[in-house]
Design a protein around this ligand. Sequence first.
Ligand code: PLP
Ligand code: LYS
Length: 416
Amino acid sequence: MTGAAVTTANPPVRRLADWSADRLREFADEHGTPLYVVDIERVRENAARLRESFPDAAIDYAVKANARTPVLAAIAEVGFGAECASAGEVVRACEAGFADVRYTAVNPPARDLDRVVECADEHEITITVGALDTLDALAERDWSGEIYVRVNPGVGAGHHEKVRTGADPKFGIPIDRAAAAVRDADERGFAVEGLHAHAGSGILETEDLAAHRALVERMSDLADEIAAANIDLDTVSVGGGFGVPYRDTEAPLDVDTLARATREAFSADARLGIEPGRYLVADAGVLLAEVTTVKPTPETTVVGVDAGMTTLARPALYDAFHEIRSLVATVEGRETVAATVAGPVCESGDVLGRDRELPAPERGDFLAVGNAGAYGYEMASTYNSRPRPAIVALDGDGGELCVRRETIADLGRLER
Ligand SMILES: Cc1ncc(COP(=O)(O)O)c(C=O)c1O
Ligand SMILES: N[C@@H](CCCC[NH3+])C(=O)O
């Protein structure tokens, strides 16, 4: 295979080193930086591997991880549903061709509910309710579609405390009150199709896998209690959160083992549901940046680049680690330096990586940041009036601009 294509058929992880530096450099030259590159074929490979491990499960893609149209269209095409966090995601998922779309309503703004209810006139939409208040809001809108009840399982997992939703009271109905909530919804005439819970994001470590298993067991017990009340549940979704290795030294998640453990723990008389985001898209994307400044200091070599916390928020927000690689054609004659790769934003937290061994960077070099396909562009902002980057989508040998670079003129377009 050539270019950015992988060398083994559908390996469980694509490392930053597996991308073709020549091809990435060409994209950076052609489209400028900062630039996201997303490989749609890799998204399909990840989807196929997940489907193989979970052959009977209802799989809903968590759109928040990457909501760009080519990504959505590819995942819709393989037949997964969509799990959406807002009316915006619902609309985009419907437009991209998803047949089953579920809105996970977290403190839903009235505007979102109105729009989702409107969408349901033409699309198959389910709403996941995480508070009794939301049932009232749906009743006010004469909602006659299906609902899921979101449960707070009391067990969280994930790569950072900010993403361990499972034990956070913000999310879902406490598990000891959930059966009563389902009975209440049923008596009020709502079509309760499913239960939902989500432990958190970035499950990779043994303790997170144990938390996932505990969640599945708790949800199965709850489903039994609900079945005993003669309420038939179609699906019990145990959420997403399947992690990917961000460091070279981390092993990939063995989804077969995860699927087996999930199956063993799942005893509900209903279809198992999962809703992965990151797992499908993270290693399908890289972020390209250009070196703008090289500054030796007593502590470190500061390598200034044109991408920062407004382009990729994860390092600043969660201290997340992303591999960084130089794309120079030859490292000959360059010694290795320990670099702090920093962005152009006026905050000390605007650092993409510290202590990174790189062939001494020079102004004009391109760097690639790995695993940028999930929660990358989606969390980009225009802080410091910095326009958002462009995105190139690859499919096979071709690469096309799928999102143009925002301009300074764009920044004022909403002002009156
Ligand atoms: C309700 C819900 N479902 C699914 C996901 C997807 O998570 P991940 O991208 O880690 O698979 C999230 C995000 O953590 C979520 O909040
Ligand atoms: N945005 C987070 C994932 C959280 C997903 C939302 N529940 C991340 O980049 O790791």
